[in-house]
Design a binder for this molecule. Structure first.
Ligand SMILES: Nc1ncnc2c1ncn2[C@@H]1O[C@H](COP(=O)(O)OP(=O)(O)OC[C@H]2O[C@@H]([n+]3cccc(C(=O)O)c3)[C@H](O)[C@@H]2O)[C@@H](O)[C@H]1O
Ligand SMILES: Nc1ncnc2c1ncn2[C@@H]1O[C@H](COP(=O)(O)OP(=O)(O)OP(=O)(O)O)[C@@H](O)[C@H]1O
Ligand SMILES: [Mg+2]
Length: 264
């Protein structure tokens, strides 16, 4: 891919979507990870840093301490407005209230809740400031459904949604995002020690090559042989794509056209 060309297209996409909406700017969740770093840089380039609010939302005890420093560095180098909001008190209030119902929970359930709390905070500011929430999902995550529905997936536009994770790294490198952010181990940060590649069972380099090959119509067999990956691993990727396809569709509506009386 011509990365300079892609960069210009993404910047134009952000600018024109915000202009067409009549909204006055952007709100981005800045985790200190590469996806939100790249999105923040491109959004600041598109509409000017003064119209971008970045919000870091750590969960004390779970979010690594260096993430806030990395998020601050992204804000400093782009010149955007920046806030830090601790999600712990909000999360604890939810969990205390829900635990009283006696239902058992899990780190995945609580992690998804945390992602939805972050989404609510971003929309609180988008509503208040008359701005758009900018998504940070990449093509790999969107194809796999590797995000929380209505959590980090609950956004207004997805500017980097057609870049594979490995292309996100390439473009971030090209625009000069600091090496410690570009080379950081990807993590959703939903529970302590979580990493994307451990949960997905393969590296992003391999996943992206599998996705590219499947996209070109290659068989599981061909992809497996070319990449030296077992059929089971490739099937697990296909399984994720199939099981999570609903996340990319609007909720299905039960259509009643055939039973509606013509005189009403
Ligand atoms: N066929 C279907 N049609 C319509 N809806 C369907 C459905 N199947 C499930 N659902 C709904 O979807 C729900 C499950 O989806 P969801 O709530 O998203 O939860 P789920 O997909 O189970 O979990 C989220 C996954 O994304 C990962 N994640 C989350 C956040 C950030 C990142 C990151 O990389 O930063 C990664 C996380 O580690 C986990 O593996 C079900 O409870 C149900 O409500
Ligand atoms: N602590 C956080 N503070 C603010 N936003 C967050 C936080 N954690 C997650 N998010 C939001 O959720 C998005 C999805 O997380 P994800 O981990 O996929 O992206 P990333 O952290 O930017 O990059 P990486 O995948 O390499 O860790 C982030 O890009 C960010 O917008
Ligand atoms: Mg992350």
């Amino acid at each position: 891919m011509d990365m300079e060309f892609a960069r210009n297209m993404i910047v134009d996409f952000i600018r024109s979507n915000i202009e067409d909406s009549g909204l006055g700017g952007a709100v981005v969740g800045v985790s200190g990870g590469i996806d939100s770093a790249l999105t923040t840089y491109l959004t600041a380039e598109a509409i000017g840093s003064k119209k971008v609010l970045g919000i870091h939302m750590p969960q004390m005890g779970i979010t690594p301490a260096e993430d806030v420093l990395d998020a601050e560095e992204i804000a400093d180098s782009t010149g955007i407005e920046f806030k830090v909001i601790d999600v712990n008190p909000i999360l604890n209030t939810y969990i205390d209230s829900l635990n009283r119902e006696g239902q058992e929970t899990s780190s995945l359930v609580e992690g998804n809740l945390k992602a939805r709390i972050r989404m609510s905070i971003l929309y609180y500011y988008a509503n208040t400031l008359n701005r758009m929430v900018i998504g940070t999902g990449n093509r790999t995550e969107l194809m796999l459904g590797y995000y929380t529905k209505y959590g980090d997936g609950g956004v207004d536009i997805e500017p980097i949604g057609d870049l594979y994770k490995t292309e996100v790294r390439e473009l971030s490198h090209l625009i000069g995002i600091s090496e410690n952010i570009v080379s950081k181990v990807p993590s959703a940060g939903l529970w302590k020690g979580q990493t994307d590649e451990e949960e997905l069972g393969l590296s992003y380099e391999i996943i992206d090559r599998i996705l590219e090959m499947l996209d070109r119509g290659c068989s599981v067999d061909d992809a497996g042989k070319t990449l030296n990956v077992s059929d089971e691993r490739i099937d697990s990727i296909i399984g994720r794509i199939d099981a999570n396809r609903h996340k990319l569709q609007p909720p299905r509506i039960c259509r009643l056209k055939d039973v509606r009386r013509p005189d009403i």
